[in-house]
Design a binder for this molecule. Structure first.
Ligand code: C2O
Length: 511
């Protein structure tokens, strides 16, 4: 492949995607931030300069496995120190997985302030045909900046989840609330949907057009019409979904699109219902004809779980078989506690507090036998896996909200997901799929569970966390330490810019 180099200066700038001006983090004076768009096999080099002045940063390439390049994964505290204001830092990795991904800040709950963009790795021979492509991002939006929102969320007057500020700007499609998407007639579009939301999952309806899903989270699926029987497409924070859409031959009409925040999320239980007047939705139009009417969006009332296509039913096109037998089952009970007025998420009794030294560096500096001992790592919810074992993770969501759980370094197989309020996993599977769908993020239902599997064949430090950014800041993270003895035994040396980041940041690692 080629080497594709991006020189990115991160800076605050002013934008008003919902009409209300506020500071956002842009790249080279551009917001929404640019896409990374490369061919499968390309080497991607991103030279980052932190010009923010008041905040440190780090960048993560969501969904990219970083085989052999764990130190380029990006989460501060896990694989690197934060990049301080005024510092430069280079990310350098191989884009060896075709598909739809995204990049975002992985430091201090920062990405909802605008520091994210699409990451497209193109397949020279995709297993479907299309004429044109659309990249659509669906997000919630806030008129306050994240440091303030996080403070509110964790302040003593916010009673836990009720302290979540409502998204004041509502949902956004490609960073606007009323967006025209111009299409050609009689054309097959590949529509890549990315959900970089901070809090809410999104539903998505295009009037009069079917959506045939062909990819989720970088995994090709058997083509499935996800909008049959009036079902809506749902996408959770962190997820991607691509579909084929054939446009009409007739150009006399335009069609409305509704992007609505997931009505199953807690904040909507505050008494609001999705619909055209619901202030938190965004509308867009498939525009065939600029002189035709722009019709109102579809009316959706009392949407429930069953009104969404169940994405567990996707089948990977490669039919990769179920991983079995399971060598290691890890059960994680996930809950929230209001600890003296502060919302903290608890995984098997522990909240993630973070490490003073990036966990990867700890692994590299201890001896091989110590590396396998979870006790050396501190308050990071460490789980150590042996090289090559098949790990089954059971997530019991004891909480009353949905949680999109994301694993770095892998696409896990989705074995099963319960309905809301189904309780905890009993230990018996309702049905073991022959070829489970694989993805990197799964929405776990409120007071329900999900079961996933992966093979621990990617030595590294990989975070496993809820992709609701406020929940990350409230400790909803575990650290999967995969084959640490291989890292400890490697002759890998930490690059100078990584060591430099740790010297200026108040962490006690000195390279
Ligand atoms: Cu999209 Cu740990 O992140």
């Amino acid at each position: 492949g080629n080497t594709v180099t991006y020189d990115w200066k991160l800076e605050w700038m002013i934008a008003a995607p919902d009409g209300i001006a506020r500071p956002v983090i842009g790249v080279n004076g551009q917001w929404p931030c640019p896409s990374i768009d490369v061919m499968e096999g390309d080497r991607v080099v991103v030279n980052v300069y932190n010009g923010l002045g008041n905040e440190s940063t780090s960048l993560h390439w969501h969904g990219i496995h970083q085989k052999g390049t764990n130190h380029m994964d990006g989460p501060s505290g896990a694989t690197q120190c934060p990049i301080a204001p005024g510092q430069s830092f280079t990310y350098d990795w191989i884009a060896d997985q075709a598909g739809t991904y995204w990049w975002h800040s992985h430091n201090m709950g920062q990405y909802p302030d605008g520091l994210w963009g699409p990451l497209i790795v193109r397949d020279p021979n995709p297993p479907f045909q299309y004429d044109e492509e659309l990249i659509i991002t669906l997000s919630d939006w806030y008129n306050e900046q994240m440091p303030y929102i996080i403070h509110q969320y964790q302040s003593t007057d916010g009673a836990a989840e009720d302290g979540t500020p409502d998204p004041t700007g509502g949902a956004l499609i490609n960073s606007g609330r009323n967006v025209s998407i111009h299409v050609k007639p009689s054309t097959t579009y590949l529509v890549r949907i990315i959900c970089p939301a901070a809090f809410s999952g999104h539903g998505w309806v295009i009037d009069g057009h079917n959506q045939t899903t062909v990819e989720v989270d970088g995994v090709y699926t058997e083509p499935i019409v996800a909008t049959a029987d009036g079902k809506n497409v749902r996408i959770a924070p962190g997820q991607r979904q691509s579909f084929l859409m054939r446009t009409k031959d007739d150009t006399s009409k335009n069609y409305a699109i509704l992007d609505f925040m997931d009505p199953n999320m807690l904040f909507i239980n505050k008494g609001q219902k999705p619909g055209p007047t619901y202030p938190l939705n965004a509308t867009a139009w498939l525009v065939y004809n600029t002189s035709a009417d722009y019709p109102p969006p579809p009316v959706l009332y009392n949407l429930g779980n069953n009104d969404f296509f169940d994405d567990v039913n996707y089948v990977p096109l490669d039919k990769e078989p179920l991983l079995e037998p399971v060598d290691r089952q890890l059960v994680i009970d996930m809950s929230m506690e209001n600890i003296t007025g502060i919302s903290r998420y608890i995984l098997n009794g522990h909240t993630y507090l973070g490490a003073k030294v990036p966990t990867l560096y700890s692994t590299l500096t201890v001896n091989e036998s110590e590396a396998s001992n979870p006790d050396v790592y501190g308050d990071i919810n460490p789980y150590v896996f042996k090289y090559g074992e098949v790990v089954e993770v059971v997530m019991n969501n004891l909480h009353s909200n949905l949680h999109p759980m994301h694993l770095h370094g892998h696409q896990f197989q989705v074995i099963e997901r319960s309905d809301p309020k189904a309780g905890t996993f009993s230990g018996s599977y309702s049905k073991l799929p022959a070829a489970p769908i694989r993805r990197d993020t799964i929405m776990v239902q409120n007071e329900g569970y999900a079961v996933v599997r992966f093979r621990a064949d990617n030595p590294g430090i990989w975070l496993f966390h809820c992709h609701i950014e406020l929940h990350v800041e409230a400790g909803f993270t575990a650290t999967f330490i995969e084959a640490p003895e291989k890292l400890a035994a490697s002759d890998f040396t930490i690059p100078a810019d990584h060591i430099n980041a740790c010297k200026t940041y108040p962490m006690d690692y000195v390279g």
